[in-house]
Design a protein around this ligand. Sequence first.
Ligand SMILES: NC(=O)C1=CN([C@@H]2O[C@H](COP(=O)(O)OP(=O)(O)OC[C@H]3O[C@@H](n4cnc5c(N)ncnc54)[C@H](OP(=O)(O)O)[C@@H]3O)[C@@H](O)[C@H]2O)C=CC1
Ligand SMILES: C=C(/C=C/[C@@H](C)[C@H]1CC[C@H]2C3=CC=C4C[C@@H](O)CC[C@]4(C)[C@H]3CC[C@]12C)C(C)C
Length: 566
Amino acid sequence: MADLEAPLVRPKRKKVWVDYFVQFRWILVIFVVLPISFTLYFLTYLGDVRSNWKSYKKRQEEHEENVKKVVKRLQERNPSKDGLVCTARKPWIAVGMRNVDYKRARHFEVDLSAFRNILEIDQERMIAKCEPLVNMGQITRATVPMNLALAVVAELDDLTVGGLINGYGIEGSSHLYGLFSDTVVAYEICLADGKVVRATKDNEYSDLFYAIPWSQGTLGFLMSAEIKLIPIKEYMKLTYKPVRGNVRDLAKGYIDSFAPGFGDEDNEMVPDFVETMIYNPHEGVCMTGVYASKEEAKMKGNKINSVGWWFKPWFYQHAQTALKKGEFVEYIPTREYYHRHTRCLYWEGKLILPFADQWWFRYSLGWLMPPKVSLLKATQGEAIRNYYHEMHVIQDMLVPLYKVPDALEWVDREMEVYPLWLCPHRLYKLPCKTMIYPEPGFEQERRQGDTPYAQMYTDIGVYYTPASVFRGEVFDGVDAVSRLESWLIENHGFQPQYAVSELDEKKFWRMFDAGLYEQCRNKYGAVGTFMSVYYKCKKGKKTEKEVQEAEKAQLETPYAEVEQAE
Ligand SMILES: NC(=O)C1=CN([C@@H]2O[C@H](COP(=O)(O)OP(=O)(O)OC[C@H]3O[C@@H](n4cnc5c(N)ncnc54)[C@H](OP(=O)(O)O)[C@@H]3O)[C@@H](O)[C@H]2O)C=CC1
Ligand SMILES: C=C(/C=C/[C@@H](C)[C@H]1CC[C@H]2C3=CC=C4C[C@@H](O)CC[C@]4(C)[C@H]3CC[C@]12C)C(C)C
């Protein structure tokens, strides 16, 4: 605690050309990225419309044909000559910060680009059956008019079902439903030998069912997923409540905004949606939402705010107005609420287009927003990419709810990044130990927000330029991330794998549990066909030696070493 009190003194840093490149990147973004993004969004939309014209039967038939092609392609692979297997999705298309170096070294690609259809919306079973490239924009466009939604809808339109399942996905409803993968009831998986199986939590493939989340596509290819739907209403009644104090007070305000006492999950006060934004070490805004009918929203005296229109203020700035005007309530059309952070990429848009939040830009060119993450990645070059690793932070810390005050103190001291995004999620106690798992014995502590069957966690989203960089001081992003990871390991926290990681293999397996994953890798023949999850997450260019070692790997030994060391 003592060293927490002493302020860090950082030396000044000299600006280099890449600082100016980042500062003037908006020129490239306005004239190249935005027009192409807009065109691509429009073409994707037309593709979705075309897909919707097809009957479910036709889509299912096409799906079966496409699955056969995947099986054939896998069987064509010559293990002694071809590399290990991954999808053919280009590294820059994926919505993640990793450099996906494994796709820049020897590998064997399987093209899944045809898998972009919603195969069925079953209103009786309350299930949406989706192919892996169905994205969030597409699914809400199809379900919201039916007053249905996936139980967890990740905010950015371009996030895909396959990426959210094989990685992680979260939203403001995760305090009720868990992470995206917790809402899946069945996976259709193509295994290394080309066998296609349906895994559910209680059939013969239940081990595979539990091992898929966080495995990054290293156990098999996901061909489709059956995902839980929930009934929704047309509007989200959102309450914005300002909180003030030190970071521990802000954390308490956040926890009290939604978390009932231990085991009191049926408490009617628990909202449908929760998120908190912390704007500086002394101020934050806690938001809680409940679904509301259009009749209620349109009642006299109620304020409707269609936040999705291109000319509207960016959502995080709109929420911030609660700090001036005090607590307020408004009704937001549900689909616009789901995608509230898309237009400004949370607040990252401010750095890329610093004036795009001004009224004159919003009214004149706001309709071109947002720039597609994939195009930003495609045009950023090595220098900007490295700048984002060294002088910027894009990380999430999944921590037990009761540790949020400590985590906020840590981030404030070590990174000084604001705004911060806080979003709670349940971490279920499952019949087997998955890659991420609650603290052993958490239920005996009977803490606020927990239930006997799940521990409440929080995703602390740390995205932006640290204050020290704005002040022109030295900031070592690589070292900061490394310390963040160590803090997470010590505090039973987890780091989503879309972010850049500095973990070595042993530390990786200290953060994540390898037991079930390794067992399934061996049982389902993934070793020697699919890459390992650490190989995929490891930062840095792959050397020929590393590629060869990965290809020859029979057993993932570092896990065994961790076991022995403990
Ligand atoms: N609100 C949220 O929850 C947010 C989440 N994110 C992160 O972004 C990521 C999603 O980005 P997105 O571009 O959609 O996904 P990606 O293309 O980045 O895929 C993520 C991983 O899933 C694997 N994968 C994807 N589809 C399949 C499949 N059909 N079969 C097997 N493996 C598959 C990929 O394997 P391969 O490398 O072989 O292609 C990759 O390892 C998530 O992992 C999430 O962590 C980011 C922002 C917000
Ligand atoms: C994890 C969550 C949200 C994360 C977003 C804030 C980030 C996810 C991917 C990030 C980005 C990817 C690539 C980029 C290209 C760079 O040149 C600029 C930055 C960026 C656009 C970057 C910006 C942040 C993300 C969108 C959820 C759980 C809240």
